[in-house]
Design a protein around this ligand. Structure first.
Ligand SMILES: *Cc1c(COP(=O)(O)O)cnc(C)c1O
Ligand code: SF4
Length: 350
């Protein structure tokens, strides 16, 4: 039998054995009533949210390119019947995704050029990025890696070669776990990865880029929290949250639990038309994040990936909006407005 959590997280069958070997975690009572199911069917989504049937055909057509994936915990934060709900917009496949302007690409930031070993991107000085898995708790329609050929990387088989590359370059001080979402991996798999990373003496910091604490807080179980506490490297978790409605009480509680593990928590957002392209939303987002111990890190201009053009906010509007944001927020709550540019050795400020 495939363990339920593995099914939920779509953990590839090659990784399931390890998940099965883990002892069942003792869980808090208040963690038991968590929403851990996932919706993958547009029909069901429209029914549950009382949305009009005309959305179905385009949703199904767009999902054939990039499948729909919505955790119940996310669904519960969407207002029924509201087509403009900012959380709905991030997950509902639409007809607009099927248009593909020529200046939008399948690899907008040049991931393939930076891929020094399958599963390892080395673009920035001192830092490397590991493509740990293609799996995510949620599928965000604007995702810049929605076309990434994860299947070509096979992280597990490549891991020895990846570690050899890192060992051989002592200018690398920080390892960034990315994907996909690294917290889609089982606790056992993560433990073994942390262990291996810690044996490389020039690695000073570990960073984990993840949307899971926001999208599927139930995944941050006691076992994972314990594991995070055991990491010997300085560890930074960069969560991904775009709108204050994503931060319900359950998510804030999860983030606070993670803070108590001695981790630094940062947030990156993408500036998205019709989702968070107004000052009040962004002010509220920074403040709400900070209430759970998370600092605003980046506000990204959209990466021009095919299928996401309708989310783009023009530079002039982004800059004007940012000017007002700067007036409204203390410096430590102001994210950096940046763009990721193909071939550039760092994020470019706007
Ligand atoms: C964004 C990014 C990083 C990290 O950049 P920071 O400015 O350190 O947050 C590293 N590697 C890649 C490929 C990136 O896209
Ligand atoms: S969680 Fe991140 S990697 Fe996964 S679909 Fe969303 S934006 Fe893309």
């Amino acid at each position: 039998m495939i363990p339920k959590t593995a099914q939920l997280l779509q953990i590839p069958s090659s990784q399931i054995q390890e998940t099965m070997e883990e002892k069942p975690q003792k869980r808090d009572k208040n963690r038991q009533k968590q929403l851990t199911g996932t919706l993958r069917n547009a029909d069901e989504l429209l029914q549950q949210l009382a949305l009009p049937a005309y959305l179905l055909a385009p949703a199904q057509a767009a999902s054939t390119h990039f499948s729909m994936r919505v955790p119940d915990a996310w669904l519960a934060r969407i207002k029924t019947g509201d087509l403009d709900d900012p959380l709905l917009r991030q997950i509902l496949p639409t007809a607009e995704e099927l248009k593909s302007p020529d200046d939008f690409s399948t690899d907008p930031v040049g991931d393939q050029e930076a891929r020094v070993v399958p599963g390892l991107l080395h673009k920035y000085q001192g830092r490397v990025l590991l493509m740990t898995t293609g799996a995510c708790a949620i599928h965000c329609r604007y995702c810049f890696r929605r076309h990434y050929p994860y299947a070509d990387d096979n992280f597990l088989t490549q891991l020895p070669a990846i570690l050899d590359y890192i060992r051989a370059d002592s200018s690398i001080h920080e390892i960034i776990l990315s994907g996909g979402d690294p917290l889609s991996l089982s606790n056992g798999r993560l433990a073994s990865l942390f262990q291996k990373i810690q044996t490389i003496s020039h690695i000073k910091r570990l960073r984990i880029h993840t949307r899971t604490p926001v999208a599927l807080p139930g995944r941050i179980d006691e076992g994972l929290l314990k594991l995070l506490q055991t990491i010997k490297l300085q560890t930074v978790i960069v969560i991904h949250c775009n709108h204050p409605n994503e931060l319900d009480e359950r998510v804030l509680e999860t983030l606070s639990d993670m803070r108590k593990c001695g981790l630094t928590l940062l947030n990156q957002s993408v500036l998205l038309k019709g989702v968070n392209d107004n000052v009040d939303t962004l002010v509220h987002l920074s403040e709400r994040l900070f209430s759970a111990g998370v600092l605003a890190y980046y506000l990204h201009q959209l990466d021009r990936v095919k299928g996401a053009q309708h989310f783009e906010v023009e530079d002039a509007k982004a800059i004007a909006l940012y000017e007002v944001l700067r007036q409204r927020l203390p410096g430590y709550l102001l994210p950096k407005l940046v763009r990721e540019q193909r071939g550039a050795g760092a994020k470019t400020p706007l």
